[in-house]
Design a protein around this ligand. Structure first.
Ligand SMILES: Nc1ncnc2c1ncn2[C@@H]1O[C@H](COP(=O)(O)OP(=O)(O)OP(=O)(O)O)[C@@H](O)[C@H]1O
Length: 421
């Protein structure tokens, strides 16, 4: 940390950074984009808080945000890189998230596909599990405080820990914090806080992702308060085939005692074990290594089982990789293991040796291998449609199609694993 200098108005002057634009302003801060001077050219967000605008309470909140962010290190939480100050301002130098916030993301799309919601929910759940294990409660989770990285496969990052603080597991704060639309009823009614508050907010955010509006969205403040305080359970539209429908009910259950972290983290829709993450990639790689070893040792049945299992981790791990080159390498590996598993399947299940067909290209070879399975063929055809849309420049549609196909293929791989195990 270091001292900086700034004028009273306009962009600040922060040592080692060039301000390149204004990202926006919140209740007590203005946020700028900046580039680190020198070789790295790292892009950051600088949150500038005027000391004058701080009451004692907000000063305390900001100090908590700084102290807390400094200790947190998680791929789905905005990283605090450093902080500097001058006579008039405190500047938080934060990891830059180029995809803006989740509220804007939802509004632009009206609502999100179930496969995307599942991926976002997995990321939120990973961050929440991390916070929960460190006894940290955010207390102001809302789509505006969830930022996104850029690119075709954006990742969520929880931001704005201005209201968060460490809670002893059974203690309750006595001050109303957070935003009403996403606030747990026990806070509004009894001003009671606990780690269960964040779970409620996640349930409401999930609802908004799936249906395009928060369940208690109201015309007037009174109406909103009435809905929050009502004893009725949150009603989730009974949309057919919506597997994620149950999760808002688990998370946003009215009595805090029935809101259970273990049930939430263990929910089959969230499927945290297969959430795109460093661990998921590592698990997939280590299973694939074991599969190759079993394969070369002639243990075909075991190799088949391990390839299948490895794929259930490697396919979602594709979403975790940021580097295009590593993604491509991983995709090649996945095709390779899929082909080998298909070949072994015929060996294991039919007991007759069969050489994999030779096709002109990798794609043709894959189609050839998948021919006997109508479901896989249907998904692969959709992937061809994805390529077509991509060539027409319909990127959003192409991405949605690709995600759906990956999810379907993953389901199929899982069902094969169940059938084999
Ligand atoms: N790390 C970041 N990367 C990119 N944009 C950011 C970052 N942090 C904040 N922003 C953007 O800057 C703007 C202001 O953020 P800030 O956190 O000060 O306020 P807020 O969360 O919108 O409002 P409030 O603090 O009143 O709840 C928002 O549009 C936000 O998306």
């Amino acid at each position: 940390m270091a001292a900086s200098s700034a004028g009273s108005d306009g962009p600040p002057s922060v040592p080692q950074f060039n301000i390149t634009g204004r990202l926006g302003a919140g209740t007590y801060a203005t946020v700028y984009q900046a580039i680190r001077q020198g070789g790295s050219r790292e892009v950051v967000a600088i949150k500038c808080v005027s000391k004058k605008s701080l009451t004692n309470t907000s000063k305390e909140n900001l100090l908590k945000e700084i102290e807390l962010l400094k200790t947190l290190n998680h791929p789905h939480i905005v990283r605090l890189i450093d902080f500097v100050w001058d006579a008039n301002h405190i500047h938080l130098i934060l990891e830059y998230c180029s995809g803006r916030d989740l509220l804007r993301f939802i509004k632009l799309r009206r609502c999100l596909s179930e496969s995307l919601v599942r991926r976002f929910l997995q990321q939120l759940a990973l961050a929440l599990r991390y916070l929960h294990s460190r006894n940290v409660v955010h207390m102001d989770l809302k789509p505006q405080n969830i930022l996104l990285t850029g690119g075709d496969s954006p990742k969520l990052k929880i931001a704005d820990f201005g209201f968060a603080h460490h809670l002893k597991s059974d203690s309750h704060a006595d001050q109303v914090r957070g935003s009403l639309l996403y606030m747990a009823p026990e806070i509004v009614v009894d001003r009671r806080y606990s780690p269960k508050c964040d779970l409620w907010s996640v349930g409401i955010i999930l609802y908004e992702c799936l249906f395009g509006r928060a369940p208690f969205a109201s015309e007037t403040h009174e109406d909103l308060l009435r809905k929050i305080a009502s004893p009725d359970p949150v009603s989730v539209p009974a949309v057919q085939c919506l597997a994620g429908r149950e999760v808002p009910l688990t998370a946003a259950s009215r009595p805090p005692s029935s809101r259970d972290h273990a049930a939430f983290f263990g929910h089959s829709f969230i499927d945290l074990d297969h959430a795109p993450s460093a661990e998921c990639l590592e698990k997939g790689k280590s299973l694939a290594l074991r599969a190759v070893k079993a394969d070369s040792g002639g243990e075909l049945e075991e190799a088949f089982r391990l390839y299948r299992l490895a794929l259930t981790y490697l396919v979602p791990a594709l979403h975790y990789e940021d580097s295009a080159q590593k993604k491509e390498q991983l995709r090649d590996r996945i095709y390779e293991y899929m082909s080998r598993a298909e070949y072994l399947q015929s060996e294991v299940t039919q007991g007759r040796p069969k050489r994999p067909p030779v096709a002109e290209s990798r794609w043709n070879r894959l189609l050839e291998l998948c021919k006997p399975d109508q479901d896989i063929m249907a998904s692969l055809k959709e992937i061809s449609a994805f390529n077509h849309k991509l060539s027409l420049g319909a990127h959003e549609e192409a991405l949605a199609l690709f995600e759906t196909c990956c999810d379907k293929l993953l389901e199929l791989i899982r069902s094969y694993n169940c059938a084999v195990m």
